[in-house]
Design a protein around this ligand. Structure first.
Ligand SMILES: *Cc1c(COP(=O)(O)O)cnc(C)c1O
Length: 389
């Protein structure tokens, strides 16, 4: 079955829901057992007929889990309360005191904070590695290395990682490979086919697509799932059926929305490349961009998120540009229908390899608006920027 067809059919079972096309929202904490025998089976963790307690899922949650597993090409999937909690659960499920983690230097900032403030506190050793390391990762693998963690392209700076090369080196030494694949989306990036053992998404972004909830997903095989689900449950992670319903609804149009984000973002990126105010555009799908060849090899498209550098600018000039934007909002997150523009500071975060740009870097999310409207908005923004130079 083609991906688009899966999106139209996944997670539906009208025969179980009075013919309703969509799996309804089951709001539940208590779920009643029919007999003492069933209750006793549940106490022993052996009840398999249905549901036992709201925290462990409802039919709505299960429908989304199955949908995610299917589009990720995985045996199983777990839904968590946020993208970050999916990351935290993965790190905690497979690492313990004395273990070593290889973490990409360009990782999403809050993931890095989890490593610094939580993992290290629990005795896990963390080494940050250059995102462009490729097969060179082998030299960093220690006898106690348990996991290599990837995020490609890099948060804020968009370096594409050579995932198959890293996977090969890691697997040769029995090391698990987990990755945050939010940028690639399950539509444009087949993380498990490329060899990752565990694929993580912030469903808050394109799976939602509508900026109205936060959620995370983890996809993997049955064996890893059995380890992972225990930790997810022991950490008390639980998702609401309401949000799972919204996620399923967002998924239906994923393959319709993504090409629009891809095309519009590329159009805006090419326009930015030609502007005198712009020193560099950081977008892996642009010919000549760092990592472009890897992107072409491993991805079938790109999302609406990238960055560009505009040199040294005064704070007043930046404020005039950003505060006057008509179609771009200033806000965290991305992947929704709306366009966003914020300044970012990658130079403050890196430790493995310095990012020595000392000008202003802007991260842009190109939403579903008409690209020409966005270009006109940016054009006017540059005019305001110039006035304050
Ligand atoms: C937003 C984001 C996350 C965290 O997701 P939340 O749902 O906000 O917790 C993780 N990784 C990447 C790459 C992100 O952009």
């Amino acid at each position: 079955m083609k991906f688009e067809t899966k999106l139209a059919e996944l997670g539906t079972s009208p025969e179980k829901h009075e013919g309703a096309v969509n799996t309804p929202v089951y709001r539940a904490s208590t779920i009643l057992f029919e007999s003492l025998a069933d209750f006793e089976l549940s106490e022993k963790g052996q009840y398999t007929k249905g549901f036992t307690y709201g925290r462990y899922g409802t039919p709505t949650v299960r429908a989304l889990e199955q949908a995610i597993a299917s589009i990720e090409g995985a045996q199983r999937a777990v839904i968590t309360p946020s993208g970050l909690s999916a990351i935290v659960a993965t790190l905690m499920a497979f690492l313990k005191a004395g273990d070593h983690l290889l973490m990409v230097d360009t990782v999403y900032g809050p993931t890095r904070r989890t490593c610094e403030y939580e993992l290290k506190r629990f005795g896990v050793e963390v080494t940050y590695y250059d995102p462009t390391i490729g097969a060179g990762i082998e030299a960093l693998i220690q006898p106690n290395t348990k996991m290599v963690y990837l995020e490609s392209p890099g948060s804020l700076t968009f370096e594409v990682q050579d995932v198959p090369a890293i996977v090969k080196a890691a697997h040769a030494k029995g090391v698990l490979v987990a990755g945050d694949n939010t940028w690639g989306t399950p539509y444009y990036y087949k993380a498990l086919e490329l060899g990752m053992d565990i694929s993580i998404h912030s469903a808050t972004k394109y799976i939602s697509g509508h900026s109205d909830f936060v959620m995370g997903t983890i996809a993997c095989n049955e064996e890893l799932y059995n380890t992972l689900i225990k930790t997810v449950r022991n950490l008390g992670m639980s998702v609401s059926s309401d949000n799972c319903y919204l996620a399923l609804r967002g998924l239906r149009t994923l393959a319709v929305r993504m090409p629009r984000h891809f095309e519009s973002a590329l159009k805006v990126a090419k326009w930015l490349e030609g502007r005198p105010e712009v020193e560099k555009v950081l977008h892996p799908a642009l010919p000549g961009a760092p990592g472009h060849e890897l992107w072409k090899r491993d991805y079938t498209g790109a999302c609406g998120l990238f960055a560009f550098q505009i040199g040294k600018r005064s704070r007043d000039a930046l404020a005039a540009m950003l505060e006057g934007m008509e179609h771009f909002g200033m806000g965290y997150s991305w992947g929704g229908f709306e366009s966003l523009l914020i300044p970012v500071s990658p130079e403050k975060i890196r430790t493995a390899k310095a990012w020595d740009y000392d000008g202003v870097t802007l991260r842009i999310h190109v939403g579903l608006e008409e690209a020409d409207d966005l270009i006109a908005d940016l054009d006017a923004g540059f005019a305001r920027l110039a006035k304050h130079a």
